[in-house]
Design a protein around this ligand. Structure first.
Ligand SMILES: C[S@@+](CC[C@H](N)C(=O)[O-])C[C@H]1O[C@@H](n2cnc3c(N)ncnc32)[C@H](O)[C@@H]1O
Length: 167
């Protein structure tokens, strides 16, 4: 028996063209994309998650931005590659359970300007507990965290956090 993810993927593979025929370039949801133009500069990097056949959303985004588009239905990606140029298409499952190894600052440092390897540098980061809370608030589950001395600068340290997207 197929699980829910397999049903969605198999069904979008089957109905890719039919679904696309129901999409309109001027429907209300597509008009909403114009809001991005007010906030993002031209050629900003945008992820189109669940991009479908690329019409009309990826196509609109590609006119203004650098787009990476991801969809787990191969037929959708195949159509999209035909429809839209200049986009990086990825056929993959955005499933829960994905892992991230994050490197953050380890201490409260609102702003610090100093010389680093002979050049001016700027640092700004939160303390360990604030970083962990913000990571949890994004919906990631923290598997472990560890503070490690910066091998390039032994007077400072980084917090490494191994986290997983919740199921
Ligand atoms: C409702 S369609 C939207 C397509 C397009 N964005 C649009 O506006 O017409 C949803 C798309 O998300 C894809 N999708 C659903 N779950 C996914 C997952 N876990 N990983 C990758 N793609 C997924 C489906 O294959 C489908 O093409």
């Amino acid at each position: 028996m197929l699980n829910s993810r397999q049903i969605v993927r198999a069904s979008y593979n089957k109905i890719a063209s039919e679904y696309e025929a129901t999409r309109k370039h001027d429907s209300e949801d597509v008009q909403l994309l114009r809001k991005l133009l007010e906030r993002l500069s031209r050629n900003s990097t945008v992820l189109d998650a669940g991009s479908g056949s690329g019409y009309p959303v990826t196509q609109f985004l590609a006119l203004h931005f650098q787009v990476t588009a991801i969809d787990f239905a191969l037929e959708q990606i195949r159509l999209a590659k035909d429809r839209v140029r200049g986009v990086e298409f990825v056929c993959a499952d955005m499933k829960p359970g994905g892992l991230a190894l994050l490197c953050t600052g380890a201490g409260d440092l609102p702003r610090d300007k100093s010389r680093y390897h002979g050049v001016p540098m700027f640092w700004s980061h939160f303390d360990r507990e604030t970083n962990l809370r913000m990571i949890r608030d994004t919906g990631l589950r923290i598997l472990w965290s560890k503070t490690i001395v910066d091998p390039t600068n032994p007077t400072s340290a980084h917090l490494f956090v191994f986290a997983q997207k919740r199921e």
